[in-house]
Design a protein. Sequence first.
Length: 263
Amino acid sequence: MATSCQERRVLVEIPAPQPKISAHIRRSYFDALNYRVGPSPYPRNNITNQEQDELAVEPSTKKQRLNQKKGVGLELHLMALSQQQLVDLVSSLMFLEEEKNTKVLCPDLKLLQEHLQCKKANVYRSIPYSRLGSNRDAHCYRKAYPHLLAFKQACVEGGKLLLKCKQWDAALEFGLSAWRYTSELPQWDTSSHNMLRAQCFSTLATHCITALQQSCIGMAKCLELKRRFKISWTQCKEITPCIEELERMIDNLQSSTPDSTGF
């Protein structure tokens, strides 16, 4: 009996052999998937050695190079200007600098006074009062010393700031207020411990004299300041030069005023 089923031959498609890959070369994931389609849609980033060196440069070095290039360009630009153009350029820069300095905000006198009063309160808070002995001895002085330094710095910096801004009336008011606060500081048993207090008085007197010499005040203001300075004189004699300066200003104002009885 002839066999009814004959073997059927099936053609099996054999894929093309893949290219041989060296052991030290590894293909990417997309290259392995799309090797039949064509090149990978994600090409490798071919970077030259010069570009790699530029990328390895630190940002600070790049900034220095840019500044050098700008400096060279500015120097060439200035060399190309004439003498008159250079004079005009310097004049305009000076004008801008003066305009910038005039825009400095004036400090608030009330805030400076409150800051100084807070520093004085910190001095008294630092002194221990639960001791059996004196609270003005060396031990208490060491406790209050940092706050005394802060008070002195507030006196000096506040007066300097007002004088720098040419606020002569505010500088006088701050000086008188700081004088009163300084007189209220504790006096220590050791005389050398009162050196910071004396330095505050000396600095405030110098600030007041400078403000008096630069200010243009009338007779009424001079008499009022003289009265207040005499009250401050009872607290410390360092203010004597301020009183003498006020008396000189009053004499000048009286001599410049015409006599009403003259013909």
